[in-house]
Design a protein around this ligand. Structure first.
Ligand code: MRU
Length: 361
């Protein structure tokens, strides 16, 4: 998508052909800084420090991380060590494991001398495939918004989203935001309620930034506002992303998603989850018991980051001595999900309907 009229992806091969470049998302929306990744350590740091984040982009970065690692050590041991180091960076997004498995599948059978070139080629393909997958999610999901627009006869359709599941969370297009971009580009009258998404504020800083850069009307709201808006008929549908969804349809996504799904159910508002098939964990059935929920540094709760003058500052909010705990994700049970928007179409949140779309899994 565009920033100031210039098309960007979130990750790409560097001009030297042996590095990757990313947009440092910890600096947005105040600065657009491009950071080169030259080693396995750079890639692992980019993921764990959340310079890159969002399930599909974590996977794409891990793929380049393996390619970078192959330059230093293309042995079987080197491959295993790289995959283990990258797998340990963040636990919830299953796209990370998916991408590492793809890289291993590609490289294991090759002689060491062929691995660097093959690894960069496969990492590039994973990125291109992600762009196409997300484009299709937009194509399959836009009809939902269109249906609301027809019902409302020209009045704007209000869509609520949580966290950032836009192009910044993928390689391009996004998941939850892909149907939104598509609807906007087709001229449908839409407006997006953007949950700020404490503690790291990916909604306020990233979703608002990318929607604004593309010209999509939106309003940032405090995380606790969604229920009130739904009670007053101000939300037509919710669309969120996910970091891991079980074969039975339980959805792990950014902390607070579950509360939005509860409010949506209580108010009869459709609650959709948009995801590429690489975000399904086909081995799991009980999301609450089986999906690992990342716990991050409590300082992300205690401090808020922002800027009034272009310089990023962190400000302490609670008393210095108060402890905090930082669960990064929660699990929304399948029964609260109206449907999944995937690259193959829309299905209900049941194992049978998911497998109807993905019979080979
Ligand atoms: O902690 P983050 O910023 O990586 O969390 C991102 C989310 O929760 C997104 O909703 C999810 O990854 C979907 S990505 C298209």
């Amino acid at each position: 998508m565009n920033i100031d009229g210039k098309p960007y992806r979130t990750i790409w091969l560097g001009d030297d052909g042996v590095s990757a470049e990313i947009i440092d998302q910890t600096k947005l929306p105040f600065a657009l800084e491009i950071v080169p990744l030259r080693s396995l350590e750079d890639a692992a740091h980019a993921i764990s420090s959340m310079q890159v984040r969002g399930a599909p982009l974590i996977g794409a970065t891990a793929a380049y991380g393996v390619a970078l690692a192959m330059r230093a050590d293309a042995s079987d041991d080197g491959l295993d060590r790289a995959c283990a180091a990258l797998a340990a960076t963040r636990p919830t997004a299953v796209n990370l494991r998916w991408a590492l498995d793809e890289m291993k599948k590609e490289l294991t059978a090759l002689p060491q001398g062929a691995r660097v070139a093959a690894a960069f080629a496969r990492a590039g393909e994973i990125c291109d495939e992600d762009v196409e997958t997300c484009r299709r999610i937009g194509e399959k999901g836009v009809g939902l918004i269109q249906a609301h627009a027809e019902r409302k006869q020209g009045e704007r359709v209000n869509i609520l989203t949580h966290c950032n599941a836009g192009w910044l969370a993928t390689v391009d297009w996004g998941t939850a935001l892909a149907p939104i971009y598509r609807a906007h580009d087709e001229g449908l009258p839409i407006h997006v309620w953007v949950d700020e998404t404490r503690p790291r504020n990916q909604g306020a800083s990233l979703t608002a930034f990318e929607l604004g850069a593309h010209g999509v009307p939106h309003t940032v709201i405090a995380d606790n506002t969604g229920g009130h808006l739904m009670q007053h008929g101000l939300v037509d549908l919710c669309i969120v992303g996910t970091d891991r969804t079980t074969a039975s349809g339980d959805v792990a996504n950014k902390i607070g998603t579950y509360l939005k799904a509860l409010a949506a159910r209580d108010n009869g508002v459709p609650f959709y989850v948009a995801l590429p098939s690489s975000t399904f964990d086909w081995q799991l059935r009980d999301g609450l018991q089986e999906i690992p929920v990342e716990e991050r540094d409590p300082d992300e709760i205690r401090f808020v980051q922002g800027s009034a003058d272009g310089i990023l500052r962190r400000v302490l909010v609670p008393p210095q001595s108060s402890p905090a705990v930082n669960y990064a994700f929660d699990v929304t049970p399948a029964r609260l999900v109206t449907g999944f928007i995937t690259e193959r179409g829309i299905c209900r949140a049941t194992e049978a309907d998911i497998r109807r779309l993905f019979p080979e899994k």
